[in-house]
Design a binder for this molecule. Structure first.
Ligand SMILES: [Zn+2]
Ligand SMILES: [Zn+2]
Length: 222
């Protein structure tokens, strides 16, 4: 994962930890250099969009939602939308050539971005503000989506297993992990057996971890 170094609040932290001996193996927090487990949390750099691997302590520095911060902690929540209002027309409008896409709000550029996996990694698809606004107004529950750190995962219909569309909120680091995995596995036009199996496995995990999204209460929802 790419690293963007710098940022004053972290200078002190780095000084404190720089006197410690460096761990020989394993990953390290990209903010304070402390050794971290293979399973760890991430922070998004809002300018570069880079994900940074963090220890728990550094992660917690950036969980405040409305603070004017350069980094944001990626939350660990999965939500499902059992009554998602979405159909063929909306799907066509997004112009996604594969069976799934991730949509997220880029708060710095003030726009919604759609991307999908493929042999070259993540490919961005133009998403008109109009199209996004229509989807959100048909599904007010989508107001729970947190900019920059969560993505709306859309799955299109599939010949056998999935006749309809599905939507989930997933942590953005999960999306990048899937994209990276698929890039390595992708063969031919549709990804091939291994990529399709990885996608199935991914959706099974998402289903298992998701709980239904909260209903809009009537106020405070865009
Ligand atoms: Zn750290
Ligand atoms: Zn990491």
């Amino acid at each position: 994962m790419s690293t963007i170094r710098g940022g004053n609040p972290l200078a002190t932290l780095r000084q404190i930890t720089s006197t410690r001996p460096e761990p020989v193996v394993g990953e390290r927090c990209e903010m304070c250099a402390q050794a971290i487990a293979e399973e760890h949390q991430h922070v998004v750099n809002l300018e570069s969009r880079a994900l940074m691997c963090t220890c728990r302590g550094c992660y917690l520095l950036f969980t405040a939602e409305h603070a004017e911060l350069r980094y944001r902690a990626v939350p660990d929540r999965y939500l499902s939308f059992p009554d998602f209002a979405f159909g063929e027309n909306e799907w066509d409008e997004l112009q996604i050539p594969v069976g799934l896409a991730f949509l997220f709000q880029n708060s710095v550029q003030d726009r919604t971005v759609a991307f999908y996996p493929g042999p070259a990694g993540a490919t961005e698809s133009e998403l008109s503000l109009e199209a996004w606004t229509r989807i959100v107004s048909a599904n007010p529950q989508l107001g729970v989506l947190k900019p920059d750190v969560e993505a709306l995962l859309l799955r299109g219909p599939d010949r056998e297993n999935h006749p309809g569309f599905s939507a989930h909120v997933v942590p953005i680091d999960t999306c990048y992990e899937l994209v990276g995995r698929l890039r390595a596995l992708w063969r031919g036009f549709d990804g091939g057996q291994e990529a399709l199996a990885a996608i199935e496995e991914f959706f099974a995990t998402v289903e298992e971890r998701s709980r239904p999204a909260p209903r809009p209460s009537g106020d405070g929802v865009a």
